[in-house]
Write a protein that binds this ligand. Structure first.
Ligand SMILES: Nc1ncnc2c1ncn2[C@@H]1O[C@H](COP(=O)(O)OP(=O)(O)OP(=O)(O)O)[C@@H](O)[C@H]1O
Ligand SMILES: [Mg+2]
Length: 415
């Protein structure tokens, strides 16, 4: 029987990575054909893990470079990240050193001993002193000149573009817009110019499309093939629970795993892993490793919807705040609460919710449309029979538990 090691919230690969065989196969097929890919999915679906696992498996066939733009806030930061990703590849790194010779010359004998942080600072200085866009293009040319093709995996690119666009004060200015435009144009130009030699996979914990739309750059990545990562199906999630149970000596009795999956409904891998962690902890605490279907509802209510669930929800809110800004965020939270409390966001509810809101830069109607677009695009809501409903029952239950106490549904107000 298969075994699987637990994840700890961060991305997984190798012996902690479960299934996704068909996804990897399909994505690699597109990569092999030379396509650039935009990997999209709801939060915690395993996008970063899929990229890491693909990197692990494709190493040797491609030069796989992974860059995380989470902390990057400018095109220069992005270029530094990409340059540093080349460090393990001797020949390419030698050319990068040449590219930055102006700045590295003074420290030439120390370069190999410098840590990544120090090197990053130096490279960044090199970009500020020289012609940035030339260097950026040369960076891609160096990659394209590698003996085997390059697979560039870029995570959190939308977070970075969002930061360029809105700065620390969440305000889109014409300067910021044109900076975002310059970055996207650079990426687009190079992705087209080196197609066949370089493949790029872009992903992130917020959707790219809403961010680009806000920048007026919706067409910027239309040469990337969208690839949507779906939740696990029932058998895959059940297989994961069994493999975890097998690794840690939990005995799932009378098909308790099927009951767990029924309870979650929508199998986002992170949520499946969380559920198992709670079950395992419960078994260990009481010193008996048998776990029965009758216990499932209790673990769900007490643990899944407990304090750790709340912590997860904070991450969701942080990401929504990034995309929508602090001014519009409360409107989004209210729409989510309405859907959680009443079961769906009826088509008439937004206009009742809108009362009392006013925004500096946009009308309430436009803001509402924007919120709905983001909530649908990023997988919170899907259209249901009576309006928008939550994709994930767990997310709905979290939301309801956190916000429902003092909430009066929109259509009952003023009655
Ligand atoms: N293939 C997988 N096998 C096992 N666990 C997985 C897998 N994919 C995701 N997970 C679980 O989900 C968690 C989150 O994974 P990951 O960070 O890759 O998701 P993500 O979609 O990148 O999240 P975010 O939206 O926050 O960027 C992991 O810690 C792990 O518990
Ligand atoms: Mg991620």
């Amino acid at each position: 029987m298969e075994k699987l090691k637990q994840a700890h919230g961060n991305w997984v690969d190798g012996d902690r990575f479960w299934d996704r065989e068909k996804d990897i196969e399909l994505m690699v097929e597109k990569i092999d054909e030379g396509a650039h890919v935009l990997l999209t999915a709801q939060r915690r679906m395993g996008k970063t893990s899929l990229m890491r696992e693909a990197k692990r498996r494709l190493e040797g066939r491609y030069i796989c470079l992974f860059a995380d733009f989470q902390k990057a806030s400018s095109a220069e930061d992005a270029m530094v990240e990409l340059s540093l990703a080349l460090k393990p590849h001797e020949k390419l790194w030698a050319r990068i050193r040449g590219l930055f010779a102006n700045i590295l010359i003074a420290v030439v004998e120390r370069v190999e001993e410098m840590n990544v942080g120090e090197l990053g600072v130096k490279l960044r200085a090199g970009l500020t002193s020289g012609n940035r866009s030339d260097k950026g293009d040369s960076l891609f040319s160096i990659m394209a000149g590698s003996e085997i093709p390059v697979l560039l995996l870029i995570d959190e690119a939308p977070v970075m573009v969002n930061r360029i666009l809105k700065g620390g004060d969440y305000t889109v200015t014409p300067e910021r817009k044109s900076e975002a435009d310059r970055f996207m144009s650079w990426l687009r130009k190079n992705s087209q110019q080196h197609q066949g030699r370089i493949r790029i996979i872009l992903s992130g914990s917020i959707g790219f499309e809403p961010v680009l739309r806000q920048a007026g750059l919706s067409a910027a990545i239309n040469n990337f093939l969208p690839f949507a990562l779906e939740p696990w199906d029932g058998p895959t999630a059940i297989g994961c629970l069994r493999a975890l149970a097998n690794e840690y000596g939990v005995v799932l009795k009378d098909n308790a795993e099927a009951e767990m999956i029924k309870m979650i409904g929508y199998c986002i891998p992170h949520h499946v892993q969380m559920f198992f962690t709670h079950v395992r902890d419960r078994c260990k605490r009481r010193g008996r490793m048998d776990f029965y279907p009758a216990e499932v509802a209790e673990v769900y209510a007490d643990q899944m919807l407990g304090v750790r669930g709340h912590a997860e929800l904070t991450h969701y809110e942080d990401r929504l705040k990034l995309v929508l800004g602090p001014e519009i965020l409360p409107l989004a939270l209210e729409m989510l609460t309405e859907a959680a409390v009443t079961g769906c966001l009826a088509p008439t509810a937004p206009s009742a919710i809108q009362t009392g809101y006013e925004f500096r830069e946009t009308s309430v109607r436009e803001a509402t449309e924007e919120v709905l677009r983001v909530l649908e695009h990023d997988g919170y809501f899907k259209p249901g029979a009576g309006g928008y409903v939550f994709e994930s029952r767990l997310l709905k239950d979290w939301w309801e538990k956190r916000y429902s106490a003092l909430y009066v549904p929109a259509l009952q107000r003023g009655v």
